[in-house]
Design a binder for this molecule. Structure first.
Ligand SMILES: [Zn+2]
Length: 251
């Protein structure tokens, strides 16, 4: 159920059997000189679009901007603050709750720490406020890190490296423009440096040359399967909650 394609009637009808909605989150962020700026949005969207073919829960349009700190000064990155991300996420979930939705999966194609933290803060606030909702906040890189690491030859693979390049090769081969050089930035932790480009000129973390379409297809399939499992888990949690309520009413 791709939200932007259905009608008001479709929404009303489908709500009778499903109260789960997924909100994808992406970024406009440099991904080396070889991947498109919307890589994070693209990967999240394609995985979720495939997952909702198997489990017809509601899929909202992706929020296309995110919080990008380490790449914030690189050309092409256009980000928002954690305050803005928290505000829009809170608004979207509250409005969806008002329309009858109760299970919220926030799935981010961007795994940045402050970005994920902002989403988790909203989830923490809402589960305290609304006692009949279920919420999950995740990025495929968190929930599949073991599987993805096993798939990659690069041991320290991250941003625009082997995995992300493989995924874009599988999903939109026409958008991969050559291959950026291998790069492993060394930031002088614990300092927070202003000029991050000095330490990370090419904006790549890992070795994109190791990417293949086949690895991308495998990673894509794994991510879709994991999303389907999560949908099943949240629906099961809701059913248990409803049964518990019914039992309490009988007492
Ligand atoms: Zn990315």
């Amino acid at each position: 159920m791709i939200l932007e394609e259905i009608t008001m009637e479709d929404f009303k009808e489908h709500l009778k059997i499903c109260r789960t909605i997924i909100f994808p989150f992406g970024t406009i962020e440099e991904h080396g000189s070889h991947l498109p700026l919307y890589t994070d949005t693209l990967i999240a969207w394609e995985v979720l679009k495939q997952a909702v073919q198997k489990r017809p829960v509601f899929l909202a349009p992706a929020v296309p901007y995110g919080v990008c700190t380490t790449t914030g000064r690189h050309p092409g990155t256009i980000g928002i603050t954690p305050t803005s991300l928290r505000a829009i996420t809170l608004d979207l979930i509250k409005d969806a709750y008002g329309k009858g939705l109760r299970n919220f999966l926030l799935v981010s194609g961007h795994g940045g720490g402050i970005h994920m933290h902002a989403l988790k803060e909203v989830a923490e606030t809402l589960i305290d406020e609304l006692d009949d909702i279920r919420m999950a906040v995740l990025s495929p890189y968190d929930v599949l890190w073991k599987e993805f690491s096993a798939l990659c030859e690069t041991s320290n693979d991250s941003h625009a490296g082997e995995l992300e390049t493989s995924l874009v090769m599988a999903l939109r081969p026409g958008l991969v423009k050559g291959i950026s050089p291998e790069e492993y930035p060394q930031f002088p932790r614990p300092f927070i440096v202003r000029d991050k480009m000095k330490y990370w000129p090419n904006g790549v973390w890992g070795n994109p040359a190791k990417a293949t379409t086949e690895k991308g297809q495998k990673a894509f399939t794994l991510a879709v399967e994991r999303m389907v499992e999560l949908i099943d888990e949240v629906e099961k949690m809701e059913k248990l909650h409803l049964w518990q309520q019914a039992l309490e009413r009988q007492k």
